[in-house]
Structure formats: structure tokens, C-alpha cells
Write a protein that binds this ligand. Structure first.
Ligand code: HEM
Length: 213
């Protein structure tokens, strides 16, 4: 097992399986967050369900493990690729051979990780361990943070970076695990791009809406 996880193909498969899992998490998370548009009651009820449901509580540990594995394997793959390519190609036109998002996975990944640390500090930790940061309800805490222009801007930039990361990550996850990848390549690529745009716009809409509200 250990040998598989540290082999190059093993690492790729772990990246894609944890990537799929994180994609599902993002869909669920966005779905719950969209209830913010329905007002305090809807969001506070959804949030209460997430905080008390037994299955969700167990899933939180699996989610944390998924994030950690994805990050460790991603950084290790990048370092290994770099050391294997210590002599640069004489002729290399990256923009003709690969997309911007595929060449910048490690950069967008690390920036999204920085966002995640800020996000967990201000939302998750406050709600779980700090009496909702002094606010009466979950809704008040969340909507109050988006009163700051800087905070809202950081969030929107992070969502665009997440979208760029996903636009390559989505198809890459299929490529690493899919047996019939070539047949559906174009369809998977377009679905991935559509999905990434939806995620970036969906999360950004919440931040921008509450900034102007
Ligand atoms: C407008 C955008 C977002 C809002 C308003 C938001 C809101 C929240 C809230 C309120 C929590 C605490 C949930 C609880 O413990 O009851 C949370 C947790 C979390 N968020 Fe977000 N979130 C947003 C975007 C994102 C994005 C883009 C990611 C991933 C890249 C993310 C990852 C997480 C994670 C990993 C947790 C902790 C696990 C959990 O409680 O489910 N969030 N978020």
C-alpha cells in the first residue's frame, strides 16, 4: 500500500480520487451557501443541520483527510517533476503545448490553500469553537464579513483562482482514472470548464451580493 501511494501513478490516482471527492464537497458546500439568498432562517437551519447531523460530523474528518492527502501528493508530484526536469528543454513553447491552468496547478493550488486557511479561521473556527465570533447567528457572522471591501475582494480573487485550478483539475481527474478517457475527452473538458465557471460565479455571487446589500 505504502509503495503504491509513493509511486508516480499511485500519487496521480490519489490526486484524482481526492479531487473528485473535493469536487462533490464543493457542490454540496455551494448548495448550502446559496440558502443565504433565502434569508437568515433558511441559512441558519441549513447550518444547524450541518453542525448536528451525525453523518456530516464523520464526513468532516474524511474531508480533512481528503484535503491533506490532495495537498501533500500535489506538492510531492510537483517537486518530483521539477527534479526530473533539472535540465531545461532547448526549445519549449509552453503556451502552444499546454493550457495556462495546467501549467499553474501548483501556484493556484497553493493560493487556494492560503484562502482556505483564512476561511477556516474566520468561519469554521468561529462557529465551532468561538461562540459564533460574538454574533447571534451563523447568518450574522457570515454576512458581516462581507461588509469589508478588502475581504470581499480577497474572496472573489480566491474563487477565480479556484475556478482556474478546477478547469484543469476536473479533466485531469478523469484522465488519471478513466479507462475510456479519449472517447469522451472533449465532453469532459467542456463539462469541466462549465463546472469551474459555475463554482467561481456561484461563490463570488454570494460574497458580492452581501457586500452591496
Ligand atoms: C462565499 C463563499 C463561502 C462561504 C459563505 C462559506 C461559508 C462557510 C461556513 C459558514 C462554514 C462553516 C460551516 C459549519 O461548520 O457549520 C464553512 C466551512 C468550510 N468551508 Fe466554506 N464557504 C465559502 C467558500 C468555500 C470554498 C470555495 C471552499 C473550498 C475551496 C470552502 C471550504 C470550506 C471547508 C473545507 C470548510 C470546513 C468544513 C465544513 O464545515 O464543511 N468554502 N464555509
Amino acid at each position: 500500500m505504502n509503495k503504491f501511494l509513493t509511486s508516480s501513478i499511485g500519487r496521480k490516482i490519489v490526486m484524482s480520487l481526492t479531487g473528485f471527492f473535493l469536487i462533490i464537497f464543493l457542490i454540496v458546500h455551494l448548495g448550502i451557501n446559496l440558502s443565504l439568498f433565502w434569508g437568515p432562517n433558511a441559512f441558519n437551519e441549513a447550518s444547524e443541520f450541518m453542525a448536528t447531523n451525525g453523518v456530516i460530523q464523520v464526513m468532516q474528518y474524511i474531508l480533512a483527510a481528503g484535503f491533506i492527502l490532495h495537498i501533500i501528493q500535489g506538492i510531492t508530484l510537483e517537486l518530483k517533476n521539477k527534479s526530473a526536469r533539472s535540465v531545461k528543454y532547448v526549445v519549449n513553447k509552453p503556451s502552444e503545448n499546454s493550457s495556462f491552468s495546467s501549467r499553474n496547478m501548483i501556484v493556484t493550488g497553493i493560493l487556494v490553500l492560503l484562502f482556505l486557511i483564512l476561511h477556516l479561521k474566520d468561519f469554521f473556527i468561529q462557529l465551532k469553537f468561538n461562540a459564533k465570533g460574538g454574533f447571534a447567528t451563523d447568518y450574522d457572522l457570515v454576512t458581516n464579513l462581507f461588509k469589508s471591501p478588502l475581504y470581499t475582494a480577497i474572496y472573489v480573487i480566491a474563487f477565480v483562482l479556484l475556478g482556474i485550478h478546477l478547469s484543469h483539475g476536473f479533466q485531469s481527474a478523469f484522465q488519471s482514472t478513466g479507462t475510456n478517457y479519449n472517447k469522451y475527452k472533449a465532453c469532459i473538458k467542456n463539462t469541466g470548464i462549465g463546472f469551474s465557471i459555475l463554482i467561481a460565479i456561484g461563490f463570488s455571487a454570494i460574497a458580492v451580493y452581501f457586500f452591496f446589500k
